[in-house]
Design a protein around this ligand. Structure first.
Ligand SMILES: [Zn+2]
Ligand SMILES: [Zn+2]
Length: 348
């Protein structure tokens, strides 16, 4: 089959690879329809390796480079493992599904206490296991969630950023009727803004780049103006030091700051300001299949036209590097929120 594989820094190739294996008893094989490109893919390509194992094999997946990239997957179930079939889960052949890309170890304290997304050793589909920039991908059935009726495969490929945003909104208490600010107008920030707005909150968006605020404007989201009264809830989705500083500055006394953006290096932080104003800082890590990915898919089905405004480019698998990763690493990146790759399985 055709796939896009990470071989080394600056070396990601569209090439033929062995077919995704037939599923084990607790796995499914998916014919990929669409796979979104993510900032983490660009980082791994241009500056990695960060998550792709190169020397030793990954402790959970047993894999190392070369690895098929891509974790924002939608596709149709092609084959179902025997135990999955016996359980009669809702992931039969032909079902449109999306993925939670984390593969937990299953044995550590977090995995045993229903917090698999905090597993210190987890593997990651598209980083330490073969991912969705391919015609087919074989994954644990536990990480697969079916799309609700009426949701199309292209919109379903937005499920991962919306599930990450859903988890973040849950982590700050699923606010209703509050004043909210989202810092960072990328796909997770915009997804979080749409989810907050649908929850009856007043939502503003901030971004250092005017160009990146354009999609927020298109969606009717207000641009944040500093100097007003503090907001109840701030979601930091930029990963920039200035974004984190703004998030803490903009929160009202007693307010909550949810942290999803990941700065590349430690950022300075005014602890006394946060202490005196009793800010609550809440971390948020990825998402969970049932608690986040399933409601995110329902949200996408109910709000597809707005959600689809995040899709700013579509390319074929053969052009995933030149028309996708290179674009997101280059001067035109500010014009893009989400580029989707048409994977060319038999799913579309
Ligand atoms: Zn992603
Ligand atoms: Zn674990």
């Amino acid at each position: 089959m055709w796939a896009v594989r990470w071989h080394g820094r600056g070396d990601v190739r569209h090439e033929t690879v062995p077919d995704a294996p037939a599923p084990g008893p607790r796995e499914v094989r998916i014919a990929v329809a669409w796979c979104g490109l993510c900032g983490s893919d660009v980082l791994e390509y241009r500056e990695g390796p960060f998550q792709v194992p190169v020397g030793a094999e990954h402790p959970v997946t047993g894999r190392r480079a070369p690895i098929v990239l891509g974790h924002e997957v939608s596709g149709r179930v092609r084959d179902v493992g025997a135990e999955v079939r016996a359980e009669a889960r809702d992931i039969a052949e032909g079902a449109l599904v999306a993925l939670n890309a984390l593969i937990p170890c299953g044995t550590c304290r977090e995995c045993r206490s229903d917090a698999e997304h905090l597993c210190p050793d987890f593997g990651h589909i598209g980083m330490s296991a073969d991912g969705g920039l391919a015609q087919y991908v074989t994954v644990p059935a536990a990480m697969v969630v079916p799309a609700p009726p009426g949701l199309d495969a292209e919109t379903a490929a937005l499920a991962e950023p919306f599930a990450v945003a859903w988890h973040l909104v849950r982590r700050v208490g699923s606010p209703r009727g509050r004043a909210c600010l989202v810092v960072g107008s990328g796909s997770i920030g915009l997804a979080a803004a749409l989810i907050l707005r649908a929850g009856g909150n007043e939502v503003a968006v901030a971004d250092v780049s005017k160009e990146r605020l354009a999609p927020a404007r298109t969606l009717g989201l207000a641009a944040f103006a500093e100097g007003g009264p503090g907001v109840d809830v701030v979601l930091e989705c930029s990963g920039a030091a200035a974004g984190f500083a703004l998030a803490c500055r903009a929160a009202r006394p007693g307010g909550t700051v949810g942290l999803a953006g990941l700065p590349g290096a430690p950022v300075p932080f005014d602890v006394s300001a946060a202490a005196h104003r009793e800010l609550t800082l809440t971390g948020s890590m990825s998402h969970r299949a049932e608690a986040d990915l399933r409601p995110a898919l329902d949200f996408l089905a109910a709000h597809a036209p707005a959600a689809r405004a995040l899709i700013t480019g579509r390319v074929d698998l053969a052009a995933a590097v030149t028309g996708g990763l290179d674009v997101l690493a280059g001067p035109a990146r500010g014009r893009h929120t989400k580029i989707l790759v048409r994977a060319g399985g038999d799913a579309a």
